[in-house]
Design a protein around this ligand. Structure first.
Ligand SMILES: [Zn+2]
Length: 598
């Protein structure tokens, strides 16, 4: 169909559609019929199917339904042009389908205000759908409901319910996402063993309003296959990490999952020995791996055969590589990751644009734009292929390919008007003029950067670390005031020797990577944000021994307006002097009194 001249095909279609619009058999047809017939024109159309753009295009819409996509001439002055339509000139530009970020986390440790701010930024940047890859199912269902009903300015939210081996559920992120209940036992964070009744487990996951099961870690190949089979039987999608430990990428793909995330984890397919559990400190031997090798040929053949989509999250790796303090920077070799994406694309493996990290809060555009630029500049995708990766391919990955991702008759009124041509330069996706989602229009001129999202403070170099114990303490407090994940590396010693006893975890947290993960589980994000609650210290006592110091204090967390309501408890902290200033090497915070309790 792609090779039939577009205008010929649409001409036939438009006659049918305009005449039969009243007979479209949807439940909302009667409501739709009372909406005025509108024709938007004055733009070039990129429909998401990968074919040549239609210049001087027009779209006929009624309510939230696209009736016809055609040329302006056809729709406004052709023999079948409707007489009673309201015609609106969009004044030039490029229309593309609404974009989809296929990998976000909106509620690892839920904060409604932060999630809404991120969703708002996404919507005004042309993102009309997101796939959340696991978090607190209660919060996600609420966001999904409110976005679907238009109660918040947000993309439509599709989310997953997580399944993993019991040992993974001890990780601070699922612990946060199940707060108040037990991670592993709640339907959105389930621990799976060979004894689990999978029919019930999948049904419970489905009952959370999730679209897919996320298979995370610590499950053997038989269990991954059984979960996938049962989920598909119950009409759920299956989204897996590309390496599930001990289940390897090829085994994950052969189990029939729909999408695999994280290109760098595909490297484990090339390693004779791979870790058997998620929490490990091994790194693939990238020097011995060749993206062109037969191992990856076999893997990509399997992905094509199974129709497995690759959610590469390439920009996340590229960004980590720029910051040696980022613990991901030595887990992934970005040159390898880029070459592997380029090869997968060349071989015909479908690639979706997913990010897995938020852009700095001060950036008026979200991270999806970074991922798309990365895919074009380093992943071998043309701008057209990149647009498809965030529209048609992404809709397929989310299981909404029948209704979303391309612009044609019968689809919802969900698209983006750009000022400049994204096929000329993928960076032109940052020239949004307006966004339509489910028939509602949002003009970019109405977008306001929330006040809390001030430009981030410049990153300090390791050489300019805190020069005194007091400064180290203040920097730690500042990190909490901003919930700034980047600042964690400026405050703690970045070494396995770091220990941390947090009030919400029963076990000692050991090593900088785990400390960082704990903060992430608490809702810390790159660039930070302004939280509702504040952490502060009282009765602080500093014993300075010149090369090290011990701080004891009472910590409080809550609102300064009602300090008696704040959660509080004792704190002790050991700070050491290093070549890059004073750093925390041990921290212990426990709860003695929960806010509001007598
Ligand atoms: Zn993720």
């Amino acid at each position: 169909m792609r090779h039939v001249p577009a205008v010929m095909h649409l001409l036939v279609c438009s006659t049918f559609v305009v005449l039969n619009a009243a007979h479209v058999g949807s439940a909302s047809a009667q409501v739709q019929d009372s909406a005025p017939l509108e024709i938007l024109y004055g733009f070039t159309l990129i429909d998401g199917k990968g074919g040549a753009p239609i210049e001087d295009a027009a779209i006929a819409i009624r309510g939230n339904e696209i009736l016809t996509v055609s040329s302006r001439r056809e729709l406004l002055s052709g023999p079948d042009a409707p007489r009673d339509a309201e015609a609106t000139n969009l004044g030039g530009g490029y229309v593309i389908p609404g974009l989809i970020d296929a990998h976000v986390h909106l509620a690892t440790s839920p904060n409604r205000q932060r999630a809404e701010a991120e969703l708002y930024r996404m919507l005004y940047a042309g993102i009309t759908g997101v796939r959340d890859m696991a978090g607190d199912g209660r919060a996600l269902a609420s966001l999904a409901r409110d976005s679907r009903l238009g109660a918040i300015d947000a993309p439509d939210v599709y989310f997953s319910a997580l399944m993993a081996g019991p040992s993974f559920l001890l990780d601070p992120r699922p612990q946060s996402s199940a707060a108040g209940e037990t991670a592993g036992e709640v339907p959105w964070m389930q621990a799976i063993t060979p004894e689990t009744d999978l029919v019930t487990a999948v049904a419970r996951a489905k009952g959370t309003y999730a679209t897919g099961i996320k298979i995370y870690a610590n499950l053997d190949p038989d269990l991954v296959s059984e979960i996938t089979r049962e989920a598909h039987r119950q009409g759920m999608h299956v989204w897996a990490h590309s390496m599930v430990f001990p289940t390897r990428p090829l085994e994950v793909v052969n189990s029939g999952v729909d999408v695999v995330s994280h290109v760098c984890r595909l490297a484990w397919e090339g390693m004779a020995n791979a870790p058997t559990e998620y929490h490990h400190d091994q790194v693939p031997l990238y020097a011995n791996l060749d993206p062109e090798s037969a191992i990856f040929t076999e893997l990509f053949e399997a992905m094509k055969r199974e129709g497995t989509v690759l959610d590469a999250t390439l920009a996340m790796y590229a960004r980590a590589a720029e910051n040696p303090d980022n613990p991901l920077s030595d887990r992934c070799q970005v040159a390898f990751a880029r070459s592997l994406v380029a090869r997968a694309h060349r071989e015909g493996v479908p690639i979706v644009a997913g990010t897995d990290f938020p852009a700095p809060a001060s950036d008026p555009y979200p991270s999806l734009h970074l991922e798309l630029e990365e895919l074009v500049n380093f992943g071998g995708l043309s701008p057209m292929a990149a647009i498809e990766s965030a529209t048609r391919v992404a809709a397929t990955a989310l299981g909404i390919g029948d209704t979303h991702g391309v612009l044609e008759h019968g689809r919802p009124v969900t698209f983006v008007l750009l000022d400049r041509d994204p096929l000329d330069d993928i960076g032109n996706l940052r020239s949004v003029k307006a966004v339509w989602k489910n028939g509602e229009r949002f003009d970019r001129s109405g977008y306001r950067l929330p006040e809390a999202e001030r430009p981030r403070t410049p990153q300090t170099s390791p050489d300019s670390g805190p020069a005194s114990v007091q400064q180290a303490l203040e920097r730690w407090l500042a990190m909490w005031r901003r919930y700034d994940l980047d600042a964690v590396g400026d405050v703690f010693l970045q070494a396995p020797a770091v220990t941390f006893l947090a009030s919400d975890s029963e076990e000692l947290i050991e090593g900088f990577d785990e400390v960082l993960a704990w903060h992430e589980g608490q809702g810390f994000v790159d660039g930070g944000f302004q939280p509702d609650e504040e952490l502060w210290l009282e009765d602080t006592l500093v014993s300075d021994f010149e090369d090290s110091a011990v701080v004891t204090a009472t910590w409080r967390f809550g609102s300064r307006i009602g300090p008696d309501e704040a959660t509080r408890g004792p704190l002790s902290m050991t700070i050491v002097r290093t070549s890059s200033g004073y750093r925390i090497v041990n921290l212990s915070m426990s709860v003695r009194r929960v806010g509001g309790e007598p």
